[in-house]
Design a protein around this ligand. Structure first.
Ligand code: DGY
Length: 423
């Protein structure tokens, strides 16, 4: 069977009726940025089904505009922490109390180029605008978009977060719990127990303040700036502005988005770690930078931001790292402490990150580097199949098998190749 067909079958098996789970067992709910990437893949053969991925995600939106990281339409004993542990949340559907990198606007713009495009963009515009507004209001500290939980960044146990986690205490009153992730996959691929205790401590704090998002940002136990959320949001703001103009939104709406973009452009410098020549995470309360090039450092190209010198040094880092691994792009710098080739975000390459990085590099004229990043993922998939992530030294699959976004990115690139062959 062709990889294309296996990818389509993978998405069909993970379909739960209008939305797609990342993979059975380990992640049995609808995840935010997973659904956006899934829509990208399904749009190559069924735009109506792709669209329902977007609209079901928006159904989970909170009254304050936040779209949460996980929407709990059921209570599945296979997953922890499920709806009971997150407590009462204000959306129409139970959910987590944190968000995820907002790729939605970019995906919507990309998949709605057909005849129904303007109507579809108009249908979801206000919801996405409200979500971006939430990031710029409830999650911003002194002009910098912050994050309150490693789960919100989507890059759970990346060593960048240890700066913030090391400063935290585990809540003494933390209720006991049993992890489920380690029952589904090899614990050596997953975050440590100490990290889990701290993840749960943040959840406990959020729950204790009734998920007041301004208080969670200002008073929560963890407050860092994430290049992933920063660059993804900046790019998404630019796509949102393009859609606002195309569908004729009022001037005040366009002005608001322009102001967010200007704020985002200025904030890129805050994440520039001159010592490493890279955009890295930073603890907002102390200003401390993380010490490694991650797989979101080069998203400056995707967001079309950064000075020529910052971009040149970022590209130099990519070339250095390409000389160290067989399969680009590792999630953590192989030259930095705490690199582990198989442990989740401490080293493995991640399909959605390769997708965004390769796209940005190609758009900004870095074609050779873009191709290296694209080939890294394609070679790993050809060798091992549709895994959640891959060991960058060997190409072996890690963590979840039969993974939706891996299948979706493959389909999106396959479609692009087929289209360019026709042209
Ligand atoms: C998990 O459960 O590992 C997820 O990454 C949280 O979003």
């Amino acid at each position: 069977m062709s990889l294309k067909q296996i990818a389509i079958d993978t998405l069909a098996k993970n379909d739960r009726g209008g939305f797609t789970i990342p993979t059975a067992g380990l992640y049995p709910y609808q995840w935010n940025w997973d659904s956006a990437f899934v829509a990208l893949g399904i749009a190559t053969y069924d735009i109506d089904r792709a669209w329902s991925e977007i609209t079901t995600l928006i159904e989970g939106q909170w009254p304050d505009g936040m779209i949460p990281s996980i929407i709990f339409r059921s209570d599945d004993p296979d997953y922890f922490p499920g709806p009971a542990r997150w407590g009462k949340t204000p959306g129409a559907i139970p959910s987590t109390g944190v968000s995820q990198p907002p790729v939605l606007a970019t995906v919507v713009r990309q998949i709605t180029s057909g005849p129904q495009g303007p109507a579809r963009r108009a249908e979801v515009f206000d919801a996405i605008f409200a979500w971006h507004k939430w990031f710029h209001d409830a999650r911003t500290v002194d002009g910098i978009v912050a994050t309150v939980h490693p789960w919100e960044t989507g890059r759970d146990n990346c060593p960048e977060w240890n700066i913030g986690l090391d400063k935290m205490e585990v809540a003494p009153e933390l209720p006991p719990y049993t992890r489920m992730d380690n029952k589904h996959v090899n614990p050596a691929f997953r975050p440590s127990q100490e990290q889990y205790d701290k993840y749960l401590t943040i959840v406990h704090f959020g729950n204790s303040i009734g998920w007041d998002q301004r208080r969670l940002t200002d008073e929560g136990p963890f407050l860092m700036a994430d290049p992933n959320i920063h660059f993804v949001l900046l790019r998404a703001d630019k796509d949102l502005l393009a859609m606002a103009t195309e569908i004729g939104k009022p001037a005040a709406v366009c002005e608001q988005i322009r102001a967010w973009i200007a704020k985002g452009e200025a904030a890129s410098d805050y994440l520039w770690n001159d010592e490493l020549g890279a955009f890295t995470a930073r603890d907002i309360r102390t200003g401390e930078f993380s010490k490694g090039f991650s797989n979101c450092s080069a998203l400056c190209f995707y967001a079309d931001t950064g000075t020529p010198d910052q971009r040149r040094r970022t590209a130099d880092n990519l070339r250095r790292i390409a000389g160290k691994v067989e399969f680009m792009l590792p999630s953590w710098d192989p030259d930095a402490p705490e690199f582990e080739a198989q442990r989740y975000w401490c080293g493995p390459l991640w399909p959605q990150m390769n997708y965004m990085t390769a796209l940005g590099l190609a758009e900004q004229g870095e074609h050779d580097l873009g191709q290296i990043v694209r080939n890294g993922l394609c070679d790993a998939i050809e060798k091992s199949g549709f895994w959640e992530c891959f060991n960058p030294l060997t190409g072996e699959g890690c963590v979840g098998a039969n993974f939706s976004w891996t299948a979706a990115v493959w389909l999106s690139w396959q479609h692009e190749t087929e289209q360019s062959d026709v042209a």
